[in-house]
Structures are given as C-alpha cells and as structure tokens.
Ligand binder design. Structure first.
Ligand SMILES: [Zn+2]
Ligand SMILES: [Zn+2]
Length: 249
C-alpha cells in the first residue's frame, strides 16, 4: 500500500481518555492490523482515513483502496484499463498504473455505498459493476483506520488542495457539514480547522459517507478532550461528548 504514511510515535502525551478512545478507533475493523500503529497524540495527529475492500459477488475478486485522504487523493476511480479501483493522487491526477487522467465526472462517488465496518450478509448494499469481470456487482467493507496525521496539516505547510474542486474533498466537506448539523457546530470554524475550502461546483446532490462522518465527529471529540478546542463547543457537542466518555469508561 504505497500511499500509507504512518506518523512516527508522538512525543506528546495523550490524555487517559484520549488513549482509551484511541484504543477503540485504532483497532482494525476486521482482521489483524496491516502494520504497527504508533502511539497517538490526539490533538496533533489523530485522524485516520479508511482502508476499503471491494468484493465482487460474481467472480469474488477484490481490490483495496483508501477513502477520506483528500489532502493526497482526488478520489476513487474505477480504471477501465487496469480493471481495478484506484486512488488517483492529487499531485499527478493520473492512474498510477496506466497513466490515464480521469476528468472530475469520471470519479466514483462511493459515499452512499461504503459503510463503516462490515456489512450484514442479509442486507448488503451493492455498488457498481465489477471492473474485473463485468458480470457481478461489487460491495464494500471498511477494514481499518490508518493514522496519517491531522488532515489539512501538511509537513511543509503547503495546501495544494485549496481552490481545486474534486470529489474526495467534496465528500469530506459534505461530511463536515453533516457533523456540524448533528453537533450544532459552526461549519466555517470546522472547515478552517481542517484548512479546507468548499468545492462549490461539486456540492449539489452529495450523499453522506458514514465512515467519514463518524471519523470527523470522533476526531473533534478527541480534539476537545485535549482541552485546547479551536472551535466553539455547543451544548449538543458537549452532551454527545459526555455520552461518549461514559461509554468509553
Ligand atoms: Zn467480478
Ligand atoms: Zn489505470
């Protein structure tokens, strides 16, 4: 998985609650972790995209790709040449295997089809036709979280995603809006926290990505637990955070 960029072990101390939550969030959603997971400083490094696996209902072949890594990926593309789901890097804009450069409209909107965790075998939501056999539909599961650092905070301080409209960012920003609606937070403050702008041309008819929505909410709770909250905490946010704290004990 060449896109994986695990952060080094943090020198900061996570709060006990942070550590408890981290132990929940860092666990793989199914099967063993693919690599050792470093100790986490909630405030600076605690945010994770997901590893997703596709399964074909006909040929049983599968692919693995990431969702939610908008600072590095334009989106998920079903490459007809490579017959696989790929993450297209933000920097090059091309399929890393064949070099094809998909247009914005050619990316796959996975948001309504990729659940958090595994699917109930009796209620599977199917996505598109399998790119490998073209006979069966595929379904998806999210397998584990990865710690790649706080999204929107690059090492060199650059923000190459700003001013660009692309699907991975649109899915994330829509999930930010969803989290703000659920927790009664100010979208401008949360977008500012992530150093992300709104890709206006792609914001109509968006669907919520449940794993990304969940990740944003839990990340904001973890940030709040550090005691240095860079956004106004609402009554609703505090109530939900307290509930989570009680469950984590
Ligand atoms: Zn297939
Ligand atoms: Zn390709």
């Amino acid at each position: 998985m060449p896109w994986v960029r695990p952060t080094p072990a943090s020198s900061g101390l996570a709060s006990p609650r942070c550590a408890r939550l981290a132990s929940r969030w860092r666990r793989p959603l199914g099967g063993p972790a693919a690599h050792p997971i470093p100790k986490v400083n909630c405030h600076q490094e605690f945010l994770m995209p997901y590893v997703t696996q596709s399964y074909c209902s006909f040929c049983t072949q599968s692919d693995e790709f990431a969702i939610g890594l908008w600072p590095e990926h334009l989106g998920v593309f079903i490459c007809p040449t490579c017959k696989t789901f790929v993450n297209v890097p933000l920097a090059k804009g091309q399929c890393s295997s064949c070099g094809y450069q998909p247009s914005i409209q050619e990316f796959y909107d996975y948001a309504p089809f990729i659940p958090y965790g595994r699917q109930d075998p009796n209620k599977i939501t199917f996505g598109p036709l399998c790119p490998k056999c073209q006979h069966g539909k595929v379904y998806f599961e999210t397998l584990l979280h990865l710690n790649v650092g706080r999204l929107g905070l690059s090492k060199d301080g650059s923000s190459p995603w700003l001013g660009r409209d692309y699907l991975e960012k649109a899915i994330f920003v829509h999930a930010v809006m969803g989290a703000c609606a659920e927790l009664d937070l100010q979208p401008d403050e949360i977008l500012n926290y992530y150093s992300v702008d709104v890709p206006h041309s792609l914001m109509t008819n968006r669907k919520l990505s449940q794993p990304i929505l969940r990740d944003i909410k839990y990340h904001l709770f973890a940030v709040a637990s550090s005691g240095d909250t860079p956004f106004q905490v609402s009554v609703k946010f505090k109530e939900e955070n307290d509930k989570l704290t009680r469950r984590a004990r």
